[in-house]
Design a protein around this ligand. Sequence first.
Ligand code: SF4
Length: 367
Amino acid sequence: MDKKNTVKKKVSFSQFGHYNVLFEYFITHGLDQEYVVPPAITKRTMELGNRHSPDFVCSPFKFTLGCFLEAIEAGADTLVQVGGVVACRLKYYGALQEKIIKDLGYDITFVNLANADREHPLSFLSLIRMLNPDYSLPKILHTGVTVLAMLEALDRTQARLNRNVGFEVKDGDYDRAFGRFLQRLRQADNNVFAVLRIYGRTKKEMEAIPVEIPDDPIRIAMIGEYYTVMDDYSSHNIEKKMAKYGMYVERWMNVSNTLVHYSAPKRRKVIKDYVKYDMGVTTTSNIGFALDCAKRGFDGIIHLKSFGCTPEIDAMPVLRNICSDYDVPILFFSFDCQNADTGIETRLEAFYDMIKMKKENGKEKRK
Ligand code: SF4
């Protein structure tokens, strides 16, 4: 038997929200390779990434580098970097991370999706070949469709959790239902109908969770930099902290909205009074979503970004203009690898108190 067909690669990807579940599914079902689940991000991951990164690079670079190094320790021999989707320095992450990892003496295969030409989808096949030279295109396409359905189901279920978790009667009900959902996705049959059944079952379970929603809850729009806003560790679990205050949180930014549902002309039209030029998918989307929420009467906006993130620094003056026009308070957080949770909680608590007071004063005036 040909040896190359029997030795499976041990592939890994950095931690990023809950999307690892989908990546794992694609690698094991679509490419027949092993997947090494990178350890959950901890202080050590951050320190590892920080130690080997250039000082002024944005924190997602440090987090993903730390994840890669820990995945290698866990047995991975092939790493995948998806950089290149966002029009910023993310494009260069892969090349630099590969050099750092190899300079540290690790003999790994580094698959950098930024090396593919998105105008020519067939160029991805040369990268797929690095993961499995004997890949089956029909199998990849079939699994790709299942994973796309999973992506949609994951993002919708996460959004449902965000909207309701702050009002659950019994602490942890939503998180437990979400955990079961992820586990079912991992074990799902490789077809869209299986995913739809899991999604429907989880939706029913979540709808059955007892909640106490006030008549006029504090509604917050969560926006910000792609990685920071979606990854719990990078965002210092801010969505969970907000839930503890009983806030309703809406976040548009997720992978399916930005990669599948995004329409640049539509978004640009919506924000044309505030922005003259295209500012890229995530920045334009954040501004558009902030404006949409301001018009829908949201009580506040929270913006998260990594220290030094240029696209989001560009968004900040525009967001201030929107908030001033619609009288919506906004709270900006800029995270690096050194933020203490206490400072974040203090600012969040002050923001919550201020919004609560503003809401009560508004009610008094209307009486
Ligand atoms: S969006 Fe900002 S934080 Fe994210 S990779 Fe680009 S510059 Fe860095």
